[in-house]
Every structure is written in structure tokens, then in C-alpha cells.
Design a binder for this molecule. Sequence first.
Ligand code: TRP
Length: 344
Amino acid sequence: MAFKERVFSGVQPTGNLHLGNYLGALVKFVALQEKYDCIYCIVDLHAITVWQDPAELPKATREVAAAFIACGIDAKRHIVFNQSQVAEHAELAWIFNCVARLGWLNRMTQFKEKAGKDRENASVGLYAYPSLMAADILVYRATHVPVGEDQKQHLELSRDIAQKFNNDFGPSIRAHGYGEAFFPLPEPLIQGPATRVMSLRDGAKKMSKSDASDQSRINLTDAADAIAHKIRRAKTDPDPLPGEEAGLASRPEADNLVGIYAALAGRAKWEVLKEFGGAQFSSFKAALVDLAVAKLGPINAEMKRLMADPVHIDSVLAQGAERAQVIAAETMKAVKDIVGLVHR
Ligand code: TRP
């Protein structure tokens, strides 16, 4: 059975959106708008699976919204909203909690990582996180989900939940005239390895919002001078740039900076090396500063402008939530029919 193609993805409002998020997710989100109907969600209910300061969370939510818009997501043609405004996410997540098996959730590597050694003290929400993620996607019966490599396992779980729901309730789905299968099996749109952005202080570590050193990342809230400063101070090795990609093999910092240049320029690494092969880092970094400031400067300025008017951001989110809810409510009605829950 063919489902209408639709993209859904979520970003957590947990602060410090950085170059890695931009190149790894936001640029992809923007590009997908041309081909699909897209729903981009700020997943605040996922954020609170670990403690969030109530005084900071609204700002973090608005900041992701501002970043979406500043990067070029069209909130009129597509849908941008925060998860907690559409209660159907949590409602469907409960149904999915009753479909997913303990054994499935026990295998989730992200829970193990996030819960760490003190597992007994992790929230139940952190454990059930993947059910909510499945609900996010499937409440819109989305078919394509742009995610990073680290979310692949969660997406597989979403497919397993959709599949089990379709099987367990198969007769009821058909009896109610909802076709052969009610939920699509959502497919990941995984980013290529080329856009994995590493720390500016350590080429072996991913650029991360939680790195103690702010010098390790370029935040989307960094103005031009901060961007320039961080790139000039980025770790390198003493050798000039190689002329070919193979020459980057055991040089993680060089590889990272060339990768960032390539991604920002929309070119391949070998093309960048053709131009800069033999150059010293001082001159390559100067070119990278110019490029990064040219690309990120306007986004930073637009984010600042948007953040100065939270009333406007909130109205964008409210309108997005309203439109999202129309779709989500329709799904929930059908799900209630299918499961046998009496409803209005
Ligand atoms: N778990 C995702 C992350 O941390 C965020 C997320 C929540 C998401 N719900 C989603 C991503 C649905 C894609 C689709 O990156």
C-alpha cells in the first residue's frame, strides 16, 4: 500500500546548536523542502527526559525555531512547531508503550549511554524515549526521516513498532476500512560520513553541545569575530595540506577542517585539496574563516533578529502546532477505532 510521502524530523531544545547540527541536519532539512512535505519539530518532551531548567527551556525551544527559520526552513509551506503543543504525540506514545516490548527497549544503546552507571536513577521517560520518537513520526504517518547515524537504531525501533501495530491489529485495521496496513515503515535518510563535523580541539571527537570547551565548537549563535577566533585557534598539525584525500588519512584535524570547508562550499574534499594542496594552515584557515563567516554570519544575524521578538516566534510555533494537530488528531481517531477505544 502506498502512503503519501512525508518527511518528519525532530531536534531537541537543549542548547548550543552548532556547526555539526547545521551541516548534519539543518542543511538537509532545508534541501528536503523542495521534494517533500516536511514537518520539523522541536522535541521538548524528549528534552525533559533528562533534567532541564524551566527557566532555560523556553529560550532553547525558541532558539531552535529561530535557527530553523534563519537557515531557510519555510514555516508557511511546511510545518514548524514544538512537540508539547500537540498532545497527540504523548497519546500515541502511550499506545506504542503497549506495543513495544521490554526486550526491544533494553537493546537501545543510547539509553545505556545516557543512563550510564546509575541506571536505577534514570527517568522512566528516558527509557521510553524511543516510543515517543516513534509516535512523533507515525502520528503524521511520515515516510522519510532525516537523522544522524546515532539515531538509526531508534528509527529501526519505530519501524518495528509500526510493523507490530499493523500485525497485531491487522483484522481491526481492515474491518474499519483503513486498508491493509495503517502505519508506513518510515525510512531513514542518513547523512553521509562527509558531514560528520568533529571538535576543533580534537579531531577524534564529535563536535558536541556538551563539550566543556566552547572553543571546540562553532555555535550558530557565534558572531563573526567568535567564528574567526575559533577557526584560527583550531588544532592542526605542522605539515602543509596534502594534494589528495588519501593524504588526510592519519590527520584527523586536517581532515575535519577540509571537510568543513567542503561542506560549507558545497564541494568535494578532493576539489578543496586541489585548490589548497601544499598550502600552510595559516592561509587555509584564513580562507575557511572567510567562507564560514560568509555562510554563518547571515544566519547568526537572522537568529538574533528573530530571538529579539519571541512573540513572533511563538506565533509561528502556535500556527505550526495548529496545522500539525489537524493531521495528528485524524491519526489518533483512527488509532482509537483500530485499538477499540471508545471516542467522540
Ligand atoms: N532523538 C532525536 C535526536 O536526539 C530527536 C528526535 C525526536 C527525532 N523525535 C524524532 C528525530 C523523530 C527524528 C524523528 O536527535
